[in-house]
Design a protein around this ligand. Structure first.
Ligand SMILES: NC(=O)c1ccc[n+]([C@@H]2O[C@H](COP(=O)([O-])OP(=O)(O)OC[C@H]3O[C@@H](n4cnc5c(N)ncnc54)[C@H](OP(=O)(O)O)[C@@H]3O)[C@@H](O)[C@H]2O)c1
Length: 298
């Protein structure tokens, strides 16, 4: 039995859809009604990392699990791993972040992810670490301003990030959950090229056939906007991370997606084509915050 967590979020949802029909799959969700179940072989169990009894129920009979957590500074990973070990789980595939490997990255969120990785690698369970760079889908956060004003606003728009398509992360996750050869492996996942926000804006404009403007935010403007959504320490972490991008720390392209999945990493243009509706003036309102929580972070 394979357990998928985070199935209402970006990577877990795509991973669930990628798992072959022949595998028995269980989804752990706080609200099962929000899970898009792809086929009959998928069972959905209501559980919460904060509720050990529900976790135990969800983990019983599971041999491999995808672990997605997002409560910065929390102990969800530790609680999940303890319960997984007791339940006899053999391997946990953890969604981490590329920044973990950067010794210059000492912000709160990266330190938390590092601690979570250590909790897994020292747990006695088999492990696989997925360390993606920024998700291309963080561009969803531009949806509202693109739709209504034709504008993309962010920090340090001329600095590159080798952002990765979430489907490539999900493809790697699905393989790690269904093949034996991924235990003890660390996969740092990037897209096919480093891209600046200005370049992303240009590509998005071409894809949706509209003129778009890029406006660079000053750090103090970004701070004010972020403080509307996140606590101060998380905002500090996001701004630190953006500074590392400005210094060029996130531009490196790696061959890992192709090496693991056998396919070339998907481009930002492809992502934009798939999500063009989000940016159309009459498009749907699936738009994220100014920054996705770790948007600037990996
Ligand atoms: N965005 C980026 O650019 C980026 C880059 C590198 C790494 N990352 C890492 O990616 C991870 C987030 O992945 P994502 O964006 O795919 O997820 P996401 O869209 O943020 O969704 C988080 C998922 O976790 C579930 N969850 C949260 N708290 C839970 C709890 N107490 N019990 C059970 N489930 C819970 C959520 O369920 P509900 O729907 O019930 O809330 C949701 O399904 C983070 O660890 C982040 O550090 C992100």
């Amino acid at each position: 039995m394979i357990l998928v967590t985070g199935a209402t979020g970006t990577v877990g949802r795509l991973t669930l859809r990628r798992l072959p029909v022949g595998h028995a799959v269980r989804v752990l969700a706080r609200d099962p009604s929000r899970v898009a179940v792809p086929h009959r072989n998928v069972e959905v169990v209501r559980a919460d990392y904060g509720d050990p009894l529900s976790l135990r129920r969800a983990l019983t009979g599971v041999h491999r699990a995808l672990l997605v957590t997002n409560r910065v500074g929390g102990d969800d990973d530790a609680v999940f791993l303890r319960t997984a070990r007791e339940a006899g789980v053999r391997q946990v595939v953890k969604l981490s972040a590329a920044a973990v490997a950067d010794l210059q990255a000492q912000d709160l969120i990266t330190r938390w992810q590092r601690d979570c990785e250590t909790a897994l690698t020292s747990s006695g369970l088999g492990w696989t670490l997925l360390r993606p760079r920024a998700f291309m889908s963080n561009a969803m956060s531009w949806g509202s301003s693109v739709r209504t004003e034709g504008v993309v606003r962010t920090l340090y728009g001329h600095t590159p990030n080798a952002c990765v398509h979430p489907q490539d992360i999900a493809d790697a996750a699905a393989l790690a959950l269904t093949e034996d050869c991924h235990v003890g492996r660390v996969y740092t996942l990037t897209g096919p090229q480093p891209l600046t926000a200005v370049e992303q804006t240009e590509q998005l404009a071409e894809v949706i056939g509209r003129r778009l403007r890029f406006e660079e935010l000053e750090p103090h403007q970004a701070r004010v906007a972020l403080l509307r959504r996140y606590p101060g320490p998380v905002v500090d972490a996001l701004l630190d991370s953006a500074l590392r991008q400005k210094a060029g720390a996130k531009a490196q392209v790696l061959d890992t997606v192709r090496a693991v999945t056998g396919s070339q990493p998907r481009s930002f243009r492809t992502w934009a084509q798939e999500h063009a509706g989000v940016f159309a003036p009459d498009g749907n309102r699936r738009s994220g915050p100014l920054f996705s929580l770790e948007g600037a972070l990996s």
